[in-house]
Design a protein around this ligand. Structure first.
Ligand code: G3H
Ligand code: ZN
Length: 283
């Protein structure tokens, strides 16, 4: 199936009161697992490659083109998304490679610079038919330290979207990146307040730290794109470790990577269904 733009997928989901799972690809096995999960759940999926993953591989093209090929062969709608890009050059490279969406993360820039650079990214991406997500109010934990304290102001969020023209906005509402326990407490009233003022779909980052009931409540309160990475890496690593503990003589990498891939496919399918479930949770 052809790749879809993020704004189209999120617009449909928002209209229907559903969320969309956005999961990170690091190895090719992640891409295979996530597309298998989406096919099983018969739901769209956002396949995202972060600037950190690009740093790990040394360049964007190999993992991006592999992920794109897997997505194009799939039976479901996939978005190919660049995650947490701080480099405009990397954004341009992603656009040239056929990404359908990018997140420009200027949350560590001063407000004026963040707006100016985000606006210029939007201008360039719009011309190429690529969606843009931005972040306002830095979601903590990008340096590996749990930091859930920051909050996005609803009025500032509305002004930022009007100023920049972004298609989706990541907001800080109590989650934090790279949590290994699902104990974050989201400020659901704040989600609803931002939803009421901001015309574009909202993005929850650091969702690995958010338990199932809070994920559903977050979607009910107005979150649409739900980003999960660490939790699925935990699932992958647990399966690989279990296999190698049981089979210490293993040398063929396919034996244990297949275990990780299959465990991620199961959990990602479960999460896609959970996030996409219409819910009557009220906040
Ligand atoms: O952009 C990616 C996500 O925000 C993932 O965060 O690893 O805490 O789930 P996480
Ligand atoms: Zn994130």
């Amino acid at each position: 199936m052809t790749l879809a733009r993020l704004d189209e997928v999120l617009r449909d989901a928002l209209r229907d009161g559903r969320g969309v799972g956005a999961f990170n690809v690091i190895q090719i096995e992640h891409a295979e697992a996530l597309v298998a999960a989406a096919e099983r759940a018969r739901l769209p999926v956002v396949l995202q490659i972060s600037e950190n993953a690009v740093r790990y591989h040394g360049s964007l093209a190999p993992i991006a083109l592999a992920t794109k090929a897997i997505a194009q062969q799939s039976e479901v709608v996939c978005v190919l998304h660049l995650d947490h890009a701080t480099s405009e050059q990397l954004v341009d490279e992603a656009v040239a490679l056929g990404f359908t969406s990018v997140m420009f993360d200027g949350s560590r820039l001063d407000d004026e610079t963040n707006r100016a650079v985000t606006r210029s990214v939007v201008r360039r991406c719009r011309g190429a038919g690529v969606s843009v997500e931005a972040e306002l109010g830095e979601v903590g934990g990008k340096d590996g330290v749990h930091a859930p304290g920051v909050r996005t102001d609803p009025d500032a969020a509305a002004r930022f979207v009007a100023d920049t023209g972004v298609d989706a906005l990541a907001v800080a509402v109590g989650s934090s990146h790279a949590m290994t326990s699902r104990t974050a407490h989201l400020d659901l009233d704040l989600v609803a307040a931002i939803r009421a003022r901001v015309p574009v779909p909202l993005v929850l980052h650091g969702s690995s730290g958010v338990a199932d009931d809070q994920l559903r409540a977050a979607v009910a309160a107005g979150m649409t794109k739900i980003n999960i990475a660490t939790h699925l890496n935990k699932v992958f690593t647990r399966a690989v470790r279990g296999y190698l503990d049981d089979e210490p003589g293993t040398v063929d990498t396919r034996k244990y990577l297949a275990q990780g891939r299959s465990a991620v496919a199961d959990e990602a399918a479960r999460l896609l269904e959970l996030i996409a479930m219409r819910t009557d949770v009220t906040v």
